[in-house]
Design a binder for this molecule. Structure first.
Ligand code: PEP
Ligand code: CO
Length: 456
């Protein structure tokens, strides 16, 4: 057992252990103009109620342990960057509807239990490759997500404003409240499988394919009802929230000691992950994550060495607790078959229990001639196929997908049933950061993953 395992610490030590990250370099933090203002906001955040409960985080950890054992599959997705303006009932419902449809396709066609995790209710901060943005000779701080500054390209809007941390909390609360209502209040009932598709069936090949599947599910449900079986699981859905815990002041302020166990949890989301740009072993993010007890993820890009991955395991999951650690690999379609095998093989040989999830988005971004950042659905599908091939060859479990999608019919990624081409991108390009799959493309992906899962 590690000397720093929170189980062995007193409550006071546990609390101060949550601040050890402050002595380490923290990548990608905003340059807040006024420290006093930040301190005030952080104190207020620390006094606000938790958004999720530690017991729910433990439940998700149990589900992730099933994923790591090869008994379940994770579907994690949502916007690249949520916006405050986007926290509307319609938006959240559309995202949830698409996620539920994808999950049904995976459960029914892939024959696997699906753990559903939204990239939402906190996904308001973005790491950037360049701290400044230049347009027409004017240089301003880059947009770092609604939690930090505004999207508009003006000096006023791009100034980091700590009050945005509070708005992020309240937007997350609104979003989470909606998702809890939708998933527990009847909307996610399996008898709604057709209703989720009603506005979609006529206009899209993916919608029609889904309708066929929904009809089969209906028949199976009628049969079960006739047999007298009406299990509770058919009426509500377990749904979890997640975000990249990038802005450490936000996630630290929302970290609380669970009164049941005396252990610290980041109660801003059920699961949090560390991004590709902030996973330095001696950095503040890894240190902070080593102190909280949530299920956590780490993104791993194509340059990750097996030694780095194993060192991350030693630091983040020293007790090899099942379900605690998920590696979210984002290699790119052209690299996944070369970069992934050694990584998975060596981690597996080390005896570590991790869940492997494929993010087929972040290694496949390119700029179209129009200047739009985009992704090809074919590359996304190819990376997922490569991910399955690698795990199949090694006898390890392809544990899930992590995607950026929206429930709306945007034109941000090319390809799919409607054959969006690069010239179409400007038609409906609405993302505040990376290009997202639209609803049809998301369903296409779900059908493909279900096929891959069944044949793996
Ligand atoms: C993201 O998930 O939006 C992201 C920035 O990913 P990564 O850290 O893998 O680049
Ligand atoms: Co992104």
């Amino acid at each position: 057992m590690s000397a720093t395992n929170p189980d062995t610490l007193s409550a006071l030590d546990t609390s101060s252990a949550l601040d050890t990250w402050r002595d380490l370099p923290a990548a990608q933090q905003p340059d807040w103009p006024d420290r006093g203002e930040l301190d005030k906001v952080v104190a207020e955040l620390a006094s606000l109620p938790p958004l999720v409960f530690a017991g729910e985080c433990d439940q998700l950890k149990d589900s992730m342990a099933a994923v790591a054992r090869g008994e379940a599959f994770v579907l994690q997705g949502g916007d690249c960057a949520e916006t405050f303006a986007g926290a509307t009932a319609e938006n959240v419902r559309n995202k949830l509807k698409t996620l539920l449809q994808m999950a049904i396709v995976l459960t029914y066609a892939g024959r696997v239990p699906v753990v559903k995790i939204g990239r939402l209710a906190g996904q308001f901060a973005k790491p950037r490759s360049k701290p400044m943005e230049i347009r027409d000779g004017v240089e301003l701080p880059a947009y770092r997500g609604d939690m930090v500054n505004g999207f508009d390209f003006t000096a006023e809007s791009r100034r980091p404003d700590p009050n945005r941390l509070l708005r992020a909390y309240h937007s997350a609360a609104v979003t989470l409240n909606l998702t809890r209502a939708f998933t527990k209040g009847g909307y996610a009932d399996l008898r709604q499988v057709h209703a989720w598709n009603q506005d979609f069936v006529a206009e899209s090949p993916a919608g029609r394919r889904y309708e066929q599947l929904a009809r089969e599910i209906d028949q199976a449900l009628s049969f079960m009802r006739a047999c007298g079986a009406e299990p509770e699981e058919f009426h509500t859905v377990e749904f979890y929230s997640s975000h990249e815990a990038l802005i450490l002041d936000y996630d630290r302020a929302l970290t609380r000691i669970d009164s049941r166990t005396g252990l610290p949890y980041d109660v801003s989301a059920h699961m949090v992950w560390i991004g590709e740009r902030t996973r330095q072993l001696d950095g503040a993010h890894v240190e902070f994550f080593s102190r909280i007890r949530n299920p956590i993820g780490v993104k791993l890009g194509p340059t990750t060495t097996p030694e780095e991955a194993i060192a991350l395991i030693d630091k983040l999951n020293p007790d090899n607790e099942p379900g605690r650690l998920t590696f979210i690999t984002r290699m790119g379609a052209g690299k996944v078959r070369d970069a992934l095998p050694t990584l998975v093989d060596k981690v597996n040989a080390s005896g570590a229990t991790v869940a492997w999830v494929c993010d087929p988005m972040h290694g496949n971004t390119f700029e179209a001639p129009s200047g739009h950042k985009t992704r090809r659905l074919d590359d996304v599908l190819d990376e997922v196929a490569g991910f399955f091939e690698v795990h199949h060859a090694l006898g390890t479990h392809p544990g899930g997908i992590h995607i950026e999608f929206t429930g709306d019919d945007v034109t941000e990624c090319v390809g799919g049933g409607h054959a969006i081409v690069e010239e179409d991108l400007a038609l409906r390009y609405e993302t505040a950061c990376d290009p997202r799959l639209n609803r049809g493309q998301s369903l296409d992906l779900a059908f493909r993953v279900a096929e891959l899962y069944r044949s793996s």
